[in-house]
Design a protein around this ligand. Structure first.
Ligand code: ZN
Length: 348
């Protein structure tokens, strides 16, 4: 079968090539790939900045945002042939640490977890893949191709759950939420938050075009420019850019008793404010900065529900480009108008 593979840590090594059929040891459920969405992590792996091949192998099958159709449910699963599924990404570490032991591998303590398409397990960008039944999540067939947005939605569900958990440390009735960055994660965060009835604002560098339109279509308010120029102090800021200056401004801008949740991973950049100044702003207003990554099964369950409640037309506008797997190069290249790029392996 064909797969999109890469030699991790070596830029320019992505290929669409023949590899053996998936090994039954990878899971008893055999799935035909429908689609895999591309995210920033995939681009970073393709650029040689990140990623690990399975032990003893030099190449890794890319892809962790999946949608597929069950071909063979295997001997002991609740799936039927034809069911739409998406695969969970992270697997617990082998020790396991306390969090992995209780089913919260998203909170792994020792870093020895593995992740499909990222860290030591093949991903989902192959014509067929196998998965353990307990890590396959059934997708509502009426979602169609939009089911490929389930994985990024799980990341948002976890982040918002973290915000709520932190907020419970004192009396807290958050009224306003600001999302920084209108990429797929930022837009999905705004959409999911708006379901909760909170007043949603989104800040992004684009003043016009599809992103501000998508924000307004949610009934949310669009801002551009600096976080510091916003005319109110948000109770919650969900930071989705990973840009140092935006992070520092968010910590400064969030209201007293507020929570800044970091979901974006950036690197370096120029520190625009000294760390001690940023810390002082947090101390004097009892603010919390919380990082959030990945998601466990509870978040996948909730994400399925929330994604199903969002407007399908709005969701379909998030997917701005479909590419064939053989055009992996174009798929992994960021273009200015891209929101979400989806590699389609077969018809839905
Ligand atoms: Zn662990």
């Amino acid at each position: 079968m064909k797969a999109i593979t890469v030699e991790p840590k070596k830029p320019g090594t992505v290929r669409f090539e023949d590899i053996p059929e998936p090994d039954v040891r990878e899971g008893s459920v055999l799935v035909e790939a429908i689609a895999a969405a591309v995210c920033g992590t995939d681009v970073e792996i393709a650029e040689g900045k990140y990623g690990w091949a399975p032990p003893g192998k030099t190449r890794l099958v890319l892809g962790h945002e999946s949608l597929g159709r069950v071909i063979d449910p295997g001997p002991s699963s609740s799936f039927k042939k034809g069911d739409l599924v998406s695969g969970m990404v992270r697997r617990p570490d082998p020790v396991p640490c306390p969090n992995c032991a209780v089913g919260e591998a998203d909170m792994c303590r020792n870093g020895q977890y593995t992740e499909r398409g990222i860290k030591e397990i093949h991903g989902f960008m192959s014509e067929r893949w196998r998965i353990e039944p307990e890590y396959a999540i059934k997708v509502d067939p009426s979602m169609g191709i939009l089911g490929v947005l389930l994985e990024p939605t799980t990341v948002i569900i976890k982040a918002l759950e973290q915000v709520l958990a932190v907020g419970q440390r004192s009396f807290w009735e958050p009224k306003t939420l600001l999302v920084t960055g209108a990429g797929p994660i930022g837009l999905l965060a705004a959409a999911v938050a708006s379901l909760a009835g909170i007043e949603v604002h989104v800040l992004d560098r684009h003043k016009t075009g599809p992103k501000p339109d998508l924000v307004r279509a949610l009934g949310a308010t669009h801002h551009s420019g600096s976080v510091l120029d916003i005319d109110f102090e948000p109770d919650v800021i969900v930071e989705c850019t990973g840009v140092g200056s935006v992070i520092a401004e968010s910590i400064q801008k969030v209201g007293a008793g507020g929570v800044v949740c970091l979901t974006g991973v950036g690197a370096g950049g120029i520190a625009t404010r000294a760390v001690a100044d940023v810390a002082a702003a947090a101390v004097l207003k009892n603010n919390v900065v919380v990082g959030s990554v990945n998601a466990n099964k509870r978040h996948w369950y909730k994400a399925n529900d929330r994604l199903g409640r969002l407007d399908r037309k709005w969701l379909s506008r998030l997917i701005t480009r479909y590419e064939k797997p053989e055009n992996f190069k174009q798929a992994l290249e960021r273009q200015p108008d891209d929101i979400k790029v989806v590699i389609q392996f077969s018809e839905i």
